[in-house]
Design a protein around this ligand. Structure first.
Ligand code: G3H
Length: 249
């Protein structure tokens, strides 16, 4: 079965109630391809999840940007997967490089988080990607394979996982990966799945790209054979997010 194009908008730690309502208004009024063609998910900060879910058109889904690694309880400041289920939030982003690098989330911790969220019925956008130093030392494939392997060691069913390849050097920098650079890593990741998980998963898993995607560069990236969509940061807060959604067609 063909892989359905996936466009995620990661709003990160941005927005006021008024700004969030404005973005939702833009998305609600936009002409976008049907759900048969593209799956669209936006990820507001926790405090706006319910507001966005209540106001946003039903064809666009909502994701949290993180969740706790196990069942909730005495973990001050954390939000559990059970709470997301309670709010009917269907998706969560796990392992974003900003959490790996700033909050020291290890590959193993990310793998545990992915497994726990899936066990609660939440679909996961799992992020992997190398730093500039790792790329320049030729370690890109080794790094993304190790990050993916740490997840593979904790889960056996990839049906509800989208893998986001986000080179750290491209995030928020305006230095988007070239279509060839992105395709190379996506292709190698798919081969990794074929060699280490199964041919079925290699063929069906959606591998999306993130890092300085915008309305101007999305078309050429979207045309790459192993690139199944985007995880968009900065541009997902702007009307051009609609152009990125349209790159699915
Ligand atoms: O999750 C999204 C990525 O970190 C990309 O962010 O589009 O602002 O570079 P960016």
């Amino acid at each position: 079965m063909a892989r359905k194009f996936f466009v995620g908008g990661n709003w990160k730690c941005n927005g006021t109630t008024e700004e969030v309502k404005k973005i939702v208004g833009t998305l609600n009024e936009a002409e976008i391809p049907s759900e048969d063609v593209v799956e669209v998910v936006v990820s507001p900060p926790f405090v706006f999840l319910s507001l966005v879910k209540n106001l946003l058109r039903s064809e666009i889904q909502v994701a949290a940007q993180n969740c706790w690694v196990r069942k909730g309880g005495a973990f001050t400041g954390e939000v559990s997967a059970e709470m997301l289920v309670n709010l009917a939030i269907p998706w969560v982003i796990i392992g974003h490089s900003e959490r790996r690098l700033i909050l020291n989330e290890s590959n193993e911790f990310v793998g545990d988080k992915v497994a726990y969220a899936l066990s609660q019925g939440i679909k996961v956008i799992a992020c992997v990607g190398e730093t500039l130093e790792q790329r320049e030392s030729g370690a890109t494939l080794e790094v993304v394979a190790a990050q993916t392997k740490a997840i593979a060691e904790k889960i056996s069913n990839w049906d509800n996982v989208v893998l986001a390849y986000e080179p750290v050097w491209a995030i928020g920098t305006g230095k988007v990966a070239s279509p060839a650079q992105a395709q190379e890593v996506h292709h190698e990741l798919r081969k990794w799945f074929s060699d280490n998980v199964s041919a079925d998963v290699a063929g069906s898993i959606r591998i999306i790209y993130g890092g300085s995607v915008n309305g101007a560069n999305c078309k050429e990236l979207a045309a790459q054979p192993d690139l199944d969509g985007f995880l968009v940061g900065g541009a997902s807060l702007k009307p051009e997010f609609v152009d990125i959604i349209k790159s699915a067609t």
